[in-house]
Design a protein around this ligand. Structure first.
Ligand code: ADP
Ligand code: MG
Length: 238
């Protein structure tokens, strides 16, 4: 049943233990959020899954196989980051086409897929625009379309909406929820915003000082916090 299996993973940078013995099992199709304060190890954990950082210890298994030996671009993992993720010199359509061209898909398939992806994020009419002609929210929707273009089974998002204003953030959150429902992609989402975590995810893993303090449904973290830190972070004052 476990699709992504994070087993006792650690990462140190010199003397700094960024991530310490983190274990977590994520089911296929699940929407899991890493929540926690700045510097708690959320991004470092995500980047080890993506293949940007090599763990100091532990193993990461995707669909039953260890992926640690595979280079980042072979892991078939879609990614969306906070900002500046589009190629500025390529049109919207060519940005979305990029991962398909790298994989040498046929011209017909590229056209079909670009159309399908732009429809998914509701930007059909923007195919020929350049990124600089789009709002921040539209750019993030293009980044989402590009990340999903080659149907990766796993999508990683690191604070993709934190540069946007509240209204736009809520709009794109709704879009992300719909895309998750429609495509069944497994999502691992990083945020320091507890409201965002609670509204988006099936489960939340709350990070603190490089460790997971508690993992469960957002509601459970709120109603039954295991530690004082969890209670404080999700908004209780006791
Ligand atoms: P978060 O995403 O939760 O804000 P990070 O995973 O980025 O936290 O950082 C966790 C800890 O690791 C922090 O103390 C941070 O300073 C440190 N860290 C992260 N990346 C690096 C790096 N490339 N070099 C040195 N230290 C790093
Ligand atoms: Mg981070």
């Amino acid at each position: 049943m476990t699709f992504l299996d994070i087993r006792g993973v650690s990462k140190s940078f010199g003397n700094v233990a960024a991530v310490s013995d983190v274990s977590l099992e994520i089911a296929r199709g699940e929407f899991m959020t890493f929540l926690g304060p700045s510097g708690s190890g959320k991004s470092t954990t995500l980047y080890m899954i993506a293949g940007f950082f090599e763990p100091t210890g532990g193993d990461i298994r995707l669909d039953g196989r260890s992926i640690l030996a595979e280079p980042s671009n072979r892991r078939n993992i879609g990614m969306v980051f906070q900002r500046y993720t589009l190629f500025p010199h390529l049109s919207v359509a060519e940005n979305v086409a990029f991962p398909l061209r790298v994989r040498r898909r046929s011209g017909a398939e590229v056209s079909r897929k670009v159309e399908e992806m732009l429809a998914l994020v509701r930007l059909e009419r923007f195919a020929d625009r350049m990124p600089a002609q789009l709002s921040g929210g539209q750019q993030q929707r293009v980044a989402l379309a590009r990340a999903l273009a080659y149907d990766p089974p796993l999508l990683l998002m690191d604070e993709p909406l934190s540069a946007l204003d509240k209204k736009l953030r809520e709009e794109i959150q709704a879009e992300i929820r719909r895309i998750h429902r429609e495509t069944g992609v497994t999502i691992l989402y990083v945020t320091h915003d507890q409201e965002e975590a609670l509204s988006l995810s099936d489960r939340v893993a709350l990070f603190n000082h490089g460790r997971i303090e508690q993992v469960g449904k957002g509601r459970d973290l709120y109603d039954a916090p295991h530690t004082r830190f969890v209670a404080g972070f999700v908004g209780h004052s006791n």
